[in-house]
Design a protein around this ligand. Structure first.
Ligand code: FAD
Ligand code: NAI
Length: 475
């Protein structure tokens, strides 16, 4: 007889493993199936995020930022560092070790919470008494049943038609995170989040980086003023970003990659590069799930169709994270995983899509929550805006990083905070205060009246709140 579980989670990324842990905390018998393999063929739970996404990219961003600081910023502190060299192999080994610590941590957490982990591919075999039969194909093959199933199978990099990833010259995020050396010339297609983060890593290490972007605007989803400020900083760093291009033929040859494209002026350009990273978005992953066996509904993008509560068209089958609608972010996947486990337990799990923060971990960092100025205008909302530059913040000056600003948008009548947009040092950490404030539906005045530690970057958030009422104290 097959093993029976209350909840079977397919996928062990941030959506899946967190859902499994929460379901186990709520008293269910839980199985979590994940197929990711480490170099030795062993289990490597954590999904895209841990293995080829959030974690390794941040490890490389950190290493390359240290290198950049040693080369360009130590001198102003009186530190001389001559002949600074980057050992790429060591940088990658450190990154791999950081990934492994996270893989091991997740295995430990699953065990601690008594979640049964299966290493292999999970697929629907059919309906079973009061639930679903799931086939697990790993080293061996077995069948388990779940009264409830949570699908968290994530996403894969989108390829350009006719240009498959070979992960040698034409790279997805996977190959981009394990380049054996610093390419002299690096081309990227797509100046979204991955393009900017990966472009920054390799530029800091010495690559001549060109990013080709199809849209005429830079970071269209970001508040215009913030995007403009960020673009200025990237231009200064030498990150070449060409907007409004139309990518044509791509030739993957022995000596590298040639990208033919038409620039915004309509001129034909040939770009030769040693490596090409394609970062044009990601596609939901339902490969191998055998959705047909149970009639699970997918949309035209291949995403699993869910309602606001992450319920699919099948009773007892839920889906969370990158494989469903909404932003492809690890913390969004986690929140959905928790909410679904709580709903299965009859509780009222909830994800507030209006307060999901975004962060781009470049230098300067870009972070935001809530609506942008252009969205508020489009929605016809009367608002007040206040901003405060890091140039006027004492801690930023002491850090030697005064790029950017905090910008706050509040309702013109009620003063409720509608959006906070940051470009600058530690924006990734600063945004948390704004998220909490918005979750509690705070007004700009609430933030302005709160005592913030001095000297701290967070004082800029307070000052931006004061600026909403046109009464900054330090600018
Ligand atoms: P995934 O993390 O993709 O996990 C899905 C898991 O399911 C995988 O382990 C997969 O092997 C497994 N699986 C799939 N099908 C099956 C099956 N049939 N049987 C068994 N297992 C299966 N987000 C952020 O919030 N912050 C960041 O800084 C950030 N950086 C990123 C950097 C890069 C380069 C990339 C590519 C992404 C980044 N993301 C970031 C996005 C983030 O990685 C995803 O949003 C997140 O991983 C989605 O979680 P998930 O659980 O839905 O899916
Ligand atoms: P993206 O959606 O952020 O950016 C893709 C870019 O490629 C867009 O600007 C788009 O206009 C452009 N593009 C699309 N097709 C094109 C074409 N044919 N020619 C030229 N340009 C083209 O996607 P990206 O960077 O691949 O990242 C995928 C997702 O992963 C992100 O949307 C995000 O959800 C997640 N992620 C999150 C990170 C974070 O939170 N810090 C870091 C990295 C990824």
């Amino acid at each position: 007889m097959s093993k029976q579980f209350d909840v079977v989670v397919i996928g062990g990324g941030p959506g899946g493993y967190i859902a499994a842990i929460r379901a186990a905390q709520l008293g269910f018998q839980v199985a979590c199936i994940d197929e990711w393999k480490n170099a030795a063929g062993g289990p490597a739970p954590g999904g895209t995020c841990t293995n080829v996404g959030c974690i390794p990219s941040k490890a490389l961003l950190q290493s390359s930022e240290h290198f950049d600081h040693a080369n360009h910023h130590f001198a102003e502190h009186g530190i001389s560092a001559k002949d600074v060299k980057m050992d790429v192999a060591q940088m990658l080994a450190r990154k791999d070790n950081v990934v492994k610590q996270n893989n091991d941590g997740i295995l430990y957490l699953l065990k601690k919470n008594k979640v049964t982990f299966f290493h292999g591919r999970g697929s629907f075999a059919g309906k079973a008494d009061g639930g679903y039969e799931i086939k697990v194909a790993g080293k061996t093959e077995e069948s388990i049943t779940g009264k409830q199933v949570i699908i968290a199978t994530g996403s894969n990099a989108r390829a350009l038609p006719g240009t498959p990833f070979d992960e040698v010259n034409v790279l997805s995020n996977d190959g981009a995170l394990r380049l054996g050396g610093v390419p002299q010339k690096l081309a990227l297609i797509g100046s979204g989040v991955i393009g900017l983060e990966m472009g920054s890593v390799w530029r800091r290490l010495g690559s001549d980086v060109t990013i080709l972007e199809g849209l005429p605007t830079f970071l269209g989803a970001v508040d215009e003023q913030i995007a403009k400020e960020a673009k200025k900083a990237f231009d200064k760093q030498g990150l070449k970003i060409e907007l409004g291009v139309k990518v044509g033929e791509i030739v993957n040859g022995k000596k590298g990659v040639t990208v033919n494209y038409t620039n915004a002026k309509g001129e034909s350009v040939v770009l030769n590069a040693d490596k090409l990273i394609i970062s044009i978005g990601r596609v939901p992953n339902t490969i191998g799930l055998n959705t047909e066996a149970v009639g699970l509904q997918l949309d035209e993008r291949g995403a699993i169709v869910v309602d606001a509560d992450c319920k699919t068209n099948l009773p007892g089958v839920w889906a969370v994270g990158d494989v469903v609608r909404g932003p492809m972010l690890a913390h969004k996947a986690e929140e959905e995983g928790v909410a679904v486990a709580e709903r299965i337990a009859g509780q009222h799990g909830h994800v507030n899509f209006n307060t999901i923060p975004w962060v781009i971990y470049t230098s300067p960092e870009i972070a935001w929550v809530g609506r942008t100025e252009q969205q508020l205008k489009a929605d016809g909302v009367a608002y007040k805006a206040g901003s405060f530059p890091f140039l006027a913040n004492g801690r930023a000056r002491a850090l030697g990083d005064t790029t950017g600003m905090v910008k706050m948008l509040a309702d013109a009548t009620t003063d409720e905070i509608l959006g906070v947009h940051i470009v600058g040092p530690m924006a990734s950490e600063l945004i948390a205060e704004a998220v909490v404030a918005m979750e509690f539906r705070a007004s700009a005045e609430d933030i302005a009246r709160i005592c913030h530690a001095h000297p701290s970057l967070s004082e800029s958030t307070k000052e931006a709140a004061l600026a909403v009422d046109k009464r900054t104290l330090n600018f």
